[in-house]
Design a protein around this ligand. Sequence first.
Ligand SMILES: Cc1cc2nc3c(=O)[nH]c(=O)nc-3n(C[C@H](O)[C@H](O)[C@H](O)COP(=O)(O)O)c2cc1C
Length: 265
Amino acid sequence: MNKTNNDKKVLVIIGSPRRGNTYKFCEEFTRKLSEINSRIDFDFIHLKDYKIEMCRGCHACLLKGVEKCPVKDDVQLIFQKLKSADSFILASPGYNQHVPGIMKNFIDRMSFNCHEPALIGKNAVTVTTVGGMGAEAVSKYLTTIATCWGAHVSQKLVELIDYKNNLEKYRRKIVKVVEKTANSYNQDLVSEEKPKPNLYDLMIFASLREETRFSEHFRNIWIEKGWADSDYYYDEGINIFNRIIAKILGFIVRKEMTAVFKKSK
Ligand SMILES: Cc1cc2nc3c(=O)[nH]c(=O)nc-3n(C[C@H](O)[C@H](O)[C@H](O)COP(=O)(O)O)c2cc1C
């Protein structure tokens, strides 16, 4: 069947070293979404099944672009899938109050995409499962990363696994949360409008904009794309209050970065 304008492609990236709780939770969420909208096509990526070498820390991708990365493996394949999807779900368990190494390394290898974000205009969902502690830190981290990649995190899902096994009441609550989140996400997916950037999106944008001062390569790209003097990648949907706060924050970040920049010269 050919893809029509109403069909949506969602990439689900799972950063666990096993097909465990996070996968099951994503399955539950995507099943619910399919019940609401049968025209969503899901592609599951289990990072553990892909060849993703460790980041070597050479900084080449940060200063000169991803073409200069010396490691050739499956990261570019996943990146292409991210770009061609309408939206994506970034899902991870919490290991010691953070994402597991497999997810962290993938994020490190995707660093180039923070300096020339390619996922602009896409809604994203973050999914976190933990035994019982650290969900907030992991969920916040995934949100920051998806935002740095250019996306707008429109929904967040969290499940505390130990509660799930012990408490039926908690499970009933989660079922409702999944249903509500699936309904809201479906609205995001079918909307003809670009996601409305929130204050956090604007703050991250302002920081990334100033960071380009450390790389002529990226600075030129930001100038070319018209981002170097703007409040966000696009102008639609920024409310006046957020725009004013973003300008003030942008001014503060610029001042601080100028000091760092002078010191580093
Ligand atoms: C190495 C390791 C570290 C973990 N650290 C935490 C932790 O700090 N806090 C917590 O609540 N749960 C922790 N857990 C439990 C997992 O977050 C939880 O079981 C999660 O749902 C596992 O998801 P997965 O099956 O998709 O890997 C840890 C599990 C492992 C294997």
